[in-house]
Ligand binder design. Structure first.
Ligand code: COA
Length: 259
């Protein structure tokens, strides 16, 4: 385990804390490499049902990619840097388990991009979001230009990426960038509550929801609908479906097994 990403698991929820508080948790090569390994470990661990990502300290979630490292990039190196970063960030999206970002402060540049790749975002009141790359003469390189437009729409994504402005948690909620805003210091607790609610549901069904929405978004509507129907049919083969419906009819909580 690396000191750059702290790992804690409780009640099937694995919390990954980006831990470089003296640099506002900026993503340097060491942090990215540790995050990469921890995401692989979380995906492989059957005891982990939901992953939480947050930043150490109360001031920052992640204040972006490490500008000291970016400043040294060559053109070819820059492309490789972006492709590598994109691949690690994409793991959050394709983990096969819900990933909740508990955004506890600055989520700028790569920090905002990392949050965008998570399944759900919960922000504390003091969170601030932005894609300030153009101020540095670059554009978002960890997927921000693509995921932001898909999540909040082209016009708003253009505005954030072109002006480099920071928005607060209330505005982020208003435009659909975050799912919930909670008082300062409460983001991780609120994310754990949401994780608990997810974990009470049918695990196979939840996995298929991730597939239907994430993969379906990359397909024409007709293909996405076919995917949905196929996954719906597959649910009918699970004992969890029988259990969920029997429990409802018997007026008791379900006992899902993930099969
Ligand atoms: N890369 C490298 N170091 C960073 C960083 C980043 N993205 N963001 C913050 N830091 C470092 C600062 O250099 C400083 O280090 P130092 O104490 O060794 O000088 C430390 O973190 C604290 O940041 P500081 O700027 O002093 O805090 P602040 O409260 O005055 O400002 C921010 C906070 C987030 C507004 C400011 O740090 C900032 O603009 N960061 C860069 C954001 C950015 O452009 N991200 C996108 C990068 S592509």
């Amino acid at each position: 385990m690396s000191d750059f990403v702290l790992v804690e698991t409780a009640d099937r929820v694995r919390t990954l804390t980006i831990n470089r508080p003296d640099k506002l948790n900026a993503l340097n090569a060491d942090v990215m490499s540790a995050l990469d390994s921890e995401l692989d470990a979380a995906r492989e661990d059957a005891g982990v049902g939901v992953v939480l990502v947050t930043g150490a300290g109360e001031k920052s979630f992640i204040a972006g990619a490490d500008i000291g490292e970016l400043a040294k990039l060559t053109p070819v190196g820059g492309r490789e840097h972006a492709r590598k970063g994109q691949a690690i960030v994409a793991k959050l999206e394709s983990l096969g388990k819900p990933v909740i970002a508990a955004v506890n402060g600055y989520a700028l540049g790569g920090g905002c991009e990392l949050a965008l790749a998570c399944t759900i975002r919960i922000a504390s009141e003091n969170a601030r979001f932005g894609q300030p790359e153009v101020k540095l003469g670059i554009l978002p390189g960890y997927g921000g230009s693509q995921r932001l437009a898909r999540l909040i729409g082209v016009g708003r994504a253009m505005q954030l990426c072109l002006t480099a402005e920071q928005i607060d948690a209330a505005e982020a909620w208003r435009i659909g960038l975050v799912n919930r805003v909670v008082p300062a210091g409460q983001a991780v607790a609120a994310a754990r509550e949401m994780a608990k609610a997810i974990l009470a549901n049918g695990p196979v069904a939840c996995r298929y929801v991730l597939d239907a929405i994430q993969r379906g978004l990359q397909m024409p509507l007709s293909e996405g609908l076919l995917l949905e129907a196929t996954l719906f049919g597959l649910c009918a083969a699970t004992s969890d479906m029988k259990e969920g419906m029997t429990a409802f009819l018997e007026k008791r909580p379900p006992r899902f097994t993930g099969h």
